[in-house]
Design a protein around this ligand. Structure first.
Ligand code: FPP
Length: 246
């Protein structure tokens, strides 16, 4: 692990890392256990990766914890995930404070069970003063929901005569997205071997480096994050320019 850590250039870390935590169900199946067992072990990875990112000095970490599509899972699994969320936030607030981590959330939170909403809002309020890393949970989130909501907002502003079409540029749109207060992620990691974006931060990852690993989320440890960062730092980010222009 130290070998990878030594290779990381602390001056060239991504400011924002986004993660699609995938493979909990398959990990559980491989251990002959129910899917919820995978999610419970996934929480250990959430803890470890949040700590590792904060220790390194990453500014923002966004985790895809529940997508708008996840409601179609068996009711028992959905309620277990919601329960896990409440339990985890309540039990982790003191650790978040100890590590100076600020909790935030993106997504249509109004559709979450009241208990989950309350735990989330409490966690956000209790960590609001922290100045280290921002940990953003994407909950009942999907990009198409976010973009649709944003377009509705802009249409309302236009109808009310508050804006002119000439006001609309990329920054104008970014300021109205759920992620308005966060920079775009430079790195997106997806675990479990799937190579899809699954309706996640579509606007924000326009220039992100994508990193896919076969490791299932419950097995994802600090060393895997370090490997992803070494790989990221080995890439040339050109933003449409040629190598010579950089
Ligand atoms: C994907 O694995 C994982 C999820 C849909 C949920 C992620 C949730 C957690 C790690 C726990 C709760 C999180 C927090 C922040 C407290 P999958 O079930 O789709 O796996 P599969 O593709 O193998 O079926």
């Amino acid at each position: 692990m130290q070998e990878y850590l030594n290779k990381i250039d602390k001056d060239r870390l991504p400011e924002h890392i986004a993660v699609i935590m995938d493979g909990n169900g398959r990990w559980a199946k491989a251990h002959g256990k129910p899917r919820v067992f995978g999610h419970k072990n996934g929480v250990k990875s959430v803890r470890e990766i949040s700590e590792a990112a904060a220790e390194l000095g990453v500014g923002y970490l966004t985790l895809y914890a529940f997508s708008t599509e996840n409601w179609s899972r068996p009711a028992l699994e959905v309620s277990a995930l919601m329960g896990l969320l409440v339990e985890t936030i309540r039990s982790e607030v003191s650790t978040l404070n100890k590590n100076n981590i600020r909790l935030k959330a993106i997504g249509d939170l109004s559709k979450l069970p009241k208990r989950s909403q309350n735990a989330l809002l409490e966690g956000i309020a209790q960590t609001d003063k922290n100045t280290g890393m921002t940990l953003i949970l994407a909950l009942n989130y999907s990009s198409r929901w976010e973009i649709t909501t944003t377009i509705k907002k802009i249409a309302e502003e236009s109808k009310d005569g508050l804006i002119d079409p000439s006001d609309v540029d990329e920054a104008f749109i970014s300021r109205r997205l759920a992620t308005a207060e966060f920079p775009d992620p430079e790195l997106l990691i997806r675990t479990s071997g799937e190579q899809r974006i699954s309706n996640y931060l579509l606007w924000q990852i326009a220039y992100s480096e994508l990193y896919f690993t076969d490791v299932f989320w419950p097995d994802f440890r600090k060393v895997h994050l370090y490997k992803a960062l070494v790989n990221y730092q080995g890439r040339e980010r050109r933003f449409g320019k040629t190598s010579e222009q950089l």
